[in-house]
Design a protein around this ligand. Sequence first.
Ligand code: SER
Length: 321
Amino acid sequence: MSTEKILLIGACGQLGTELTEELRKIYGDSNVIASDIRKSDNHVFETGPFEIVNVLDKAQLGAVFAKYKPTQVYHLAALLSATAEQKPKLGWELNMDGLFNVFDAALEYKTAKVYWPSSIAVFGPNTPRDNTPQFCVMDPTTVYGISKLAGERYCEYYFKRYGLDVRSLRYPGLIGYKSAPGGGTTDYAVSIYHDALKTKHHECFLSEKTTLPMLYMPDALKATIGLMDVSADKVLIRSSYNLAGMSFSPEEITASIQKYIPDFNTTYKPDQRQAIADSWPRIIDDSRARTDWGWKPEYDLDKMSQDMLKNLAAQYGVKSI
Ligand code: SER
C-alpha cells in the first residue's frame, strides 16, 4: 500500500491528464486526486477521486488540502503562451497567485514535495538560442514567460527560505496522442499528426524553418516522475532544470511524417505565434538534468512520429501506418 497521497491541480490539461493516468498506475487510483476548475470527459478521471478546484480560490484549495493531506502536489494550472497573450492580466494572476496559493497551502499542510512546471518561455531574444545553457541571460517577452521566470525565482526562494521541497522542469513543447494541448505556441506539433491522418494536409501557424525544442510525452512523464522520485540531495537546482528531447522545424516534422504518409503536405501561414517562437531557444542544453539526477530521453523525431501515427490511426479507426 502506497503511503503517498498525490494531488494534481490543473489535472485536465495536456500534461495533467497523462500524469494522472501514469501516477495512478504507480500509486493506485485512490491515492491520486485529480482536480481542475472543471472536469473533462476523459475516461482517466473516472478511475479515482476528482475535485473541482479553482486555484485562485484559497478557501476551496485549502479545503482540498485539508481533506486529503497530500504528500505530493503537482501544480499544473496555468495559461500557456498564446492564451496568456490574449488575456495578459488573467495570465499573470492565474500563473502567479495560483503558485503562491499552492505554496502557502503546501506549507500549512506540510506537503512533502511540490512539482511546478516551468518552460522554455523563460528565455528571450538575448538568450543564446543554440545549446541554451542552464544559467544565462533570460529576458522573456511574453506574459507566460515572465510569469514562469518569476515563478522559478519563487520556487528557489520558498526552498531556501521555508525549506519547501519544490522541484521544477523547463519543458519544451510537449507532444502526445492521449490529450489535447491548449493555448501553446508549440501546439502545431500535435495537430500536425491529427491532420496527417484526417486530411493529409496541415496549415502551420509557424514558418517552415522555425526550429523549437520539443519532447515526446512518455519522455516528459519519465522526466517529471523521475525528478519527483530522486532523493532531495540530488536536486541541486531549485529554480527549474533545462530539459530537452529533440529539436525540429515544421519542415522537418513534415518530412518525418512523409516517411509514413508520403502524400502528406504542409502549407505555412504564420500568425502572432511566430513572434513568440522567434524569441525562444532552438536547442536546449540539459546537461545538468543528466548529471544531477540521470535524465536521458528515449525518443527522437522519427521514433515519435511512428508512435504518434500508430496510436492516432487506432483512435481514428484508419488503416495503421
Ligand atoms: N508549450 C508551451 C507553449 O507553447 C511552452 O511552455 O506555450
